[in-house]
Ligand binder design. Structure first.
Ligand code: CTP
Length: 404
């Protein structure tokens, strides 16, 4: 892909990762983009405007109240005369300003004044990233439609600490920029529904039945479909991971709520049911907390079957053109997968072995088999992101969307 003719306004904030921005500028320009840099005061402590100016072959903008800068383009034009505003690195401080609409220097003013898409690449100490204030600000930015890449897990340049906080690699940032600025995508104009995570089935107001699903695989699939241009509704059970970018996420707890949310999102072209829906719920969950009764036997739990969401969608009058289910198995993966394909009215079952020794449930990797009426295709051990990426491409090929 190329970025020929694309204009990137690059905001460099003050963090050690600013040194990577030099490489980022090179990579963007190699692909034909022009780069206009803005540096915060902090950024100039880490890399010099001279280096940034030389690599970008552009004037470097640093001051809000500079007669020279203002006469040149002015901050409002600076904010608008671009195809994308890229903030790399995005520090905790700049993110806090953006989330709250502060505008006390050139970078924050431009970010408030722009009407262009904004992509941030956060980078900071892992403790700063994990701090509730930063997480709150990040959530606000996501709600405001700001795109983000990273931060990544890894070792910090300055302290050797490990954790999430490293800026995404320049090439990955460039790939994301290309993605954001490219034209129609293979799933443009398609609607997809994805379920993800576990469900919680209440026993009483404080207790519930659940399972070990983390939502990582389903969320990654929702994000991958969105990256291919699909309009994605993600129906998520209770998970601790963030809502994916570029996706409409509906949060539910119980299987019946998940079914209602899925049905309300119909019609759709694609359904990918990844959630580990509890097969059973407690027949009548107690209104009040069940108390221990001294000397009495523990209360029996009478279970009743939950709606099968995949099966409902697979046999629905508004059945999506492509219905994909997952099969979490601990034995006879292929056989059971084939059975599910038929029973649930799916076009594809992605079967994975979730025996405890595989570490798949809750883990970061997955080894799956694709089971269709035409046969079985085994994929190698991959990260859940890679499985998502490949599956989204598989879906795009099957459904032959517009703009492919
Ligand atoms: N599924 C669903 N609603 C349910 C149960 C399962 O939508 N109530 C979907 C899952 O999202 C998954 C597929 O069905 O895509 C397979 O789920 P799994 O629990 O592995 O299969 P079951 O139908 O429960 O079969 P079994 O109990 O034999 O494993």
């Amino acid at each position: 892909m190329s970025l020929a003719g694309k204009r990137i306004l690059l905001v460099i904030a003050g963090g050690i990762a600013a040194y990577k921005s030099l490489d980022l500028i090179r990579r963007l320009r190699e692909r034909g983009a022009s780069v206009r840099p803005i540096m915060t005061r902090g950024a100039q402590e880490f890399v010099t405007p001279l280096a940034v100016g030389a690599l970008s072959a552009s004037h470097v903008y640093t001051e809000l109240f500079s007669r020279e800068d203002e006469q040149d383009v002015g901050h409002i034009r600076l904010a608008r005369e671009c195809d994308l505003v890229l903030v790399a690195p995005a520090t905790a401080d700049l993110m806090a300003k953006m989330a709250n609409g502060l505008a006390d220097d050139l970078a924050s003013t431009v970010l408030l004044a722009t009407d262009r898409p904004v992509l941030i690449a956060p980078a900071m100490n892992p403790k700063m990233w994990a701090h509730p204030a930063t997480q709150r600000n990040f959530a606000v930015l996501q709600r405001d439609g700001i795109q983000a890449i990273g931060p990544m897990e890894g070792e910090m340049a300055e302290s050797g600490e490990r954790g999430r906080g490293r800026m995404a690699e320049p090439l990955d940032i460039v790939a994301r920029v290309e993605d954001l600025l490219s034209g129609p995508k293979p799933l443009s104009g398609m609607k997809a529904i994805v379920t993800s995570g576990p469900t919680h089935e209440p026993i009483d107001p404080v207790r519930y039945i659940a399972n070990r699903s983390s939502g990582k695989q389903g969320h990654a699939i929702a994000a991958a479909l969105a990256r291919l241009g699909a309009d994605v509704t993600l129906v998520s059970g209770p998970v601790t991971i963030a809502d994916p970018m570029g996706v409409k996420t509906l949060h539910v707890e119980r299987a019946d709520e998940m079914r209602d949310a899925v049905l309300s999102a119909l019609p759709a072209d694609i359904a990918v049911m990844v959630a580990a829906v509890a097969d059973w719920r407690v027949a009548t969950s107690a209104e009040q907390k069940i108390k221990k009764q001294p000397g009495e036997a523990p209360p029996p739990l009478e279970l009743t079957e939950n709606p099968d969401i995949l099966k409902t969608v697979g046999h629905h009058a508004q059945r999506p053109r492509l219905v994909v289910g997952f099969a979490a198995e601990t034995e006879n993966v292929e056989e059971n997968g084939k059975g599910k394909l038929e029973r649930k009215g799916a076009d594809l079952i992605v079967a994975n072995d979730v025996s405890p020794e595989t570490g798949i449930m809750g883990g970061d990797r997955n080894r799956v088999k694709l089971i269709t009426r035409d046969g079985v295709e085994g994929w190698p051990d991959l990260s859940k992101e890679e499985v998502a990426e490949r599956l989204a491409l598989w879906i795009a090929t099957q459904i032959g969307g517009t703009g492919a």
